[in-house]
Every structure is written in structure tokens, then in C-alpha cells.
Design a protein around this ligand. Structure first.
Ligand code: BG6
Length: 535
């Protein structure tokens, strides 16, 4: 590949101390549809993927890497070393990865020339991560990446394996001394970071025995989503919203991550995890932290992460006797959806017919600080819900009195609260609901909505979270990665709920596939005088 900073002309570019190249370029044409671009280019490096034959690599990592190659964001000589236990030649690995990219690539054409250039840097080494001999082999490939492909000794180790191998991989890297070099060495680790607070601490200790915290990048792909990043832009880039962003004006907040799919062949994993661990402990608490954190003094990785961590630590830990009124577990059962038979979780392949796993979880949380005291944050997530939607809804207090009266007969709606919805996916955008006078005589008010849509406003595709996060780790930007203290603080939030649910026999299934979850979740909000939105 010949691209890199030097190949880009007519742009202002700067190279940072770490070698990352940033380019600002302004394209001609409609400035709204083709905005100022701020492109980043990774410095020379190699990426070692442990678990290269797995689902994550094929569905997410490879398509994201291909797209970075397509955007010319990868450095010259970029090298990938894939590893798993199955024997495979480099050629075979390239073929398998090519098929995966073609299958899972979205919104980007597959260009044979770009693939060929990129695939020249793909290598594969089979090996067991518990066998020290494998790391000697790895050392040789990394040395040749450095000498022949000029990776500068910089390496990202990506743990896309089963979590049970995390410790072995870190220990193996450490014993072989591969965490040190003349360049930088970084470790990316996928969730779950432990199964509970104690195991998370234990895992952190073991990782720290090999890598310092600043070289550990714990990935939470929700933070990499363009729309989640935009929450900070929306809050802190505008003067108008932030003054309202507190207990004086906000009545409550709802964060929803609903999926229409079930467990899709992952029942074995999911059975051990459940919705609370799979989605809330990590993704949704990070989203909540982004919505509720204080502004940071500077936009720098640790300044942003300090504020997120601070917010997570301010979430009130539920007492044992509060769990049942503040947390609801659900599991989907079989249903007939539009004439089609849908299976219940217990009927999924690999699921236990008596499974007590939560496929739905909802929490009512409170933040104990000056900004948010007394404002409920309701969080829910579930599989097999009516549709896929992730959003954050901020419900504001109603007007202090109703100047225009309230008359159910005429449909006056003076008490409908203003609602700000940050749509994370799909149909990414933001809308604000407010009341407007209905045309015609009298003062009849109706809710209307002001809408911003990414698609129509920017006309550009949104980069996938993995594209963003892979480039971030290569450029050494940890802003969107979770830190040890954040992980531990979020385990602390869910720990009392996990304790209460462990070993309990639930009355499952308690919601039918294709519905919005168990009645108990509606009751939880009704007790506070609230109701879940139907997104
Ligand atoms: C993963 C969970 O972390 O996130 C999955 O393990 C879930 O169970 C997925 O389906 C949801 O991600 P997204 O980006 O599709 O909302």
C-alpha cells in the first residue's frame, strides 16, 4: 500500500509525537452534505488477533479493517497476524477473511484491488494460547513485520477469544516479553471483563502484571457508536441544552436497548450471561454515564474518562431490600407473531429447558449528586422485543401550570411533557417534542416534533463503532475505551441485583416473544408515576 500522509495533498496535515497523522480536508460541493472531514491515519503497526477464526473477527473486525483500508486510514505495511487453534495457511486465512468481508460489509463496495493490497499483510499462526511455544512463533512473525513491513515494533494485541483465555494470553505475552519493544504495545480486550466485581478485580490484577493500565484498551462498542459520541457534542457543543440538563428541569430519563432478534445461536454463552451482564453492566451504564456526566475541563482521554468514572461511582448502590422494587428480570416465551411461530428462550438450541436466565432486564437507578438527586434513570434491555431500537429519552418537567386549560373532550394536551429523544439506532438522530397550537379557532395544543436525522443532514454513512475504536487504539486515543475504575464501578452497580437474582427461581417465561417485556417492568415505573415509552 502506498498511501499515508505523504500521499494526501491539498490538505492541512500534522503528525503527532506518536506518529498518527491527522488531516483536515474540505471538499467542494454542498457543505452540509459533505462536511469538513477530519481524517485520521494510524502510524505503522501490526495487529495480532487472538480468536481470528471466531464470529467477532469475521463479522466485525475484518469488515471494519477493510473499511479503514478503503478509507486509506491504515498505515503502509499494516500487518495482521491471526491466531486460533485450527490449522490454516496464510492463503486459506486470507480466503476466509475475504469471504467474511464480502458477507458482512455494509454500505461499502468490495473493491478487489483494495482487498489485494490489504490481504498482502494478513498472516496466520495456529497455536494454543496456553502453550508458551506459540509465543516464540509469534515473536518471529512480529519481527518480520518489523523488518520487512516496517511496523516500527508497534503492536496491538486483540483478545477476541473466549474470556476463559484472557489470563492465559496476557500471561503468555508477558512470559515471552512481547509486551515490550522499541515501539508501543497495547492490549485490546473485549467484554465480559469478569463475571462480577471480584472476578473483574482479579482479571485487572492479572492484566496489570503484564501491561500498565494505559496500555490496556477495554472495548465497549457502544461508546464507539457515532450517535453515543454525539451525546457529548450535543450537550457540550451547544449553549442551549446544558442549562436544562439537571434535576430542576429533567423529570426522568429512559434508556432503552431493545433487540428484535433472540440469542442467534449464542444460547450457550448467553445462558451464563443474561441481559443484565450482557448489556447493562457495560453498554448501557456507559451510555448513562455519557448522558449524565459533568463536563470535563479538556477533551482528553483521561479527562473524559474521569468524568464518566465519577458518574458511575455516584450511582446509588441498591440495598438488598430495594432490589425487587428497582430491578425486573424477564425471559421471553414462545409466541405466535403474525402467523409465525416464535420459539421461547428455553426452546432455543443450546438453552436449558428450565433456564433461569434473564433475556430482559430493567433497572431504576438514581444518581447521588447535585445535578441529578431524585431523578430516576430507567434502563431496560431485552431480546425478542417488537423491534430493534436503542434510544435515550429525556422527559422534562411540565409547564408549572396549564395556561390553556386541560380538557380531555377537546384533546387539549397542555400537560404533555417535553421529550428529547436521542436516537442511537436505527434511524439515528435527535427529536424534541413540544406542544404547538393546532391551527384553527381557540387554543388547542398538540404535541409536534422537531427532528434531526443524520442521514438527511449529513448524507454520509456513519462509521461503524469498530472502525472508530480500531483506529483509536492504533492512534493511542483511549477516550472511548473503558478504564479499570469504570469497569469496577459498573460491576458495583449491578452486583446487588446479581446477588439477589442468583439461585432464584423466577416465574419465567414472563413475556411473549415480540412484546415489550414483562408486566412487572411496567409496574415498576407505574409506582413512580411513570410509564415506559413505546419507541
Ligand atoms: C453485544 C451483546 O455486546 O451487543 C449482544 O453481547 C448484543 O447480545 C449486542 O446483541 C448489541 O449490539 P448492537 O450494536 O447491535 O446494538
Amino acid at each position: 500500500m502506498t498511501h499515508g500522509c505523504a500521499a494526501l495533498q491539498d490538505s492541512a496535515s500534522a503528525v503527532t509525537a506518536e506518529g498518527a497523522c491527522y488531516v483536515e480536508s474540505m471538499s467542494e460541493g454542498n457543505p452540509f452534505h459533505d462536511p469538513l472531514r477530519f481524517e485520521r491515519h494510524a502510524p505503522p503497526c501490526a495487529l495480532v488477533i487472538f480468536g481470528a477464526n471466531g464470529d467477532l473477527t469475521r463479522r466485525m473486525l475484518m469488515p471494519a479493517l477493510y473499511r479503514l483500508a478503503y478509507d486509506r486510514s491504515l498505515p503502509p505495511g499494516f500487518t495482521v497476524v491471526g491466531n486460533s487453534r485450527s490449522a490454516m495457511s496464510d492463503e486459506r486465512f486470507r480466503d476466509v477473511m475475504r469471504e467474511s468481508v464480502i458477507q458482512f460489509l455494509r454500505d461499502t463496495p468490495f473493491d478487489e484491488r483494495i482487498w489485494r493490497d490489504f490481504a498482502e499483510g494478513l498472516y496466520y499462526r495456529a497455536g494454543d494460547l496456553r502453550d508458551q511455544g506459540f509465543y516464540r512463533e509469534l515473536e518471529k512473525v512480529l519481527a518480520s513485520a518489523e523488518n520487512e513491513r516496517h511496523s516500527g515494533g508497534n503492536v496491538v494485541f486483540y483478545l477476541a477469544t473466549q474470556p476463559s483465555l484472557y489470563e492465559a494470553a496476557a500471561a503468555g505475552i508477558g512470559a515471552a516479553g512481547l509486551q515490550q519493544s522499541a515501539g508501543w504495545r497495547r492490549l485490546v480486550i473485549e467484554k465480559p471483563f469478569g463475571r462480577d466485581l471480584d472476578s473483574a478485580r482479579d482479571l485487572n490484577r492479572k492484566l496489570h502484571a503484564v501491561f500498565p493500565e494505559e496500555s490496556i484498551y477495554r472495548i465497549d462498542h457502544y461508546l464507539g457508536k457515532e450517535t453515543v459520541q454525539n451525546v457529548l457534542a450535543f450537550r457540550f457543543g451547544n449553549g442551549v441544552f446544558e442549562p436544562l440538563w439537571n434535576r430542576r428541569y429533567v423529570n426522568h430519563v429512559q434508556i432503552t436497548a431493545a433487540e428484535s432478534i433472540g440469542v442467534e445461536g449464542r444460547a450457550a454463552y448467553y445462558q451464563e450471561s443474561g441481559a443484565l451482564r450482557d448489556m447493562i453492566q457495560n453498554h448501557l451504564l456507559q451510555v448513562m454515564a455519557t448522558v449524565a456526566m459533568e463536563p470535563c475541563a479538556v477533551y482528553e482521554p483521561n479527562a473524559v474518562r474521569d468524568e464518566r468514572a465519577k458518574l458511575l461511582r455516584s450511582i446509588r448502590i441498591l440495598r438488598e431490600d430495594e432490589v425487587d422494587s428497582h430491578a425486573v428480570a424477564g425471559q421471553y416465551g414462545p409466541a405466535d407473531i403474525g402467523g409465525e411461530k416464535a420459539r421461547g428462550f428455553r426452546q432455543e438450541d443450546g438453552a436449558n429447558p428450565d433456564s433461569q436466565t434473564d433475556t430482559y432486564a430493567a433497572l431504576a437507578l438514581f444518581v447521588e449528586n447535585w445535578r441529578w438527586a431524585g431523578v430516576p434513570f430507567y434502563i431496560r434491555t431485552g431480546k425478542r422485543m417488537p423491534r430493534r431500537v436503542t434510544d435515550i429519552a429525556i422527559s422534562f418537567n411540565t409547564a408549572p401550570f396549564s395556561l390553556f386549560g386541560s380538557d380531555g373532550q377537546t384533546g387539549l394536551m397542555a400537560t404533555t411533557p417535553n421529550l428529547l429523544v436521542l436516537r442511537i439506532q436505527p434511524e439515528e438522530g435527535i427529536s424534541l417534542r413540544f406542544l404547538s397550537k393546532q391551527p384553527g379557532g381557540g387554543m388547542r395544543l398538540r404535541p409536534v416534533s422537531m427532528d434531526f436525522n443524520y442521514g438527511s443532514s449529513f448524507g454520509a454513512r456513519l462509521p461503524s463503532a469498530y472502525e472508530t475504536l480500531l483506529l483509536d487504539v492504533m492512534t493511542g486515543d483511549a477516550t472511548l475505551y473503558t478504564r479499570q475504575d469504570m469497569v469496577e464501578a459498573s460491576w458495583a452497580v449491578v452486583q446487588p441485583v446479581m446477588n439477589a437474582w442468583a439461585g432464584r427461581r423466577f416465574d419465567f417465561p414472563n413475556y411473549a416473544a415480540g412484546t415489550w417485556g414483562p408486566a412487572a417492568a411496567d409496574e415498576m415505573l407505574a409506582r413512580q408515576g411513570h410509564a415506559w415509552r413505546k419507541p
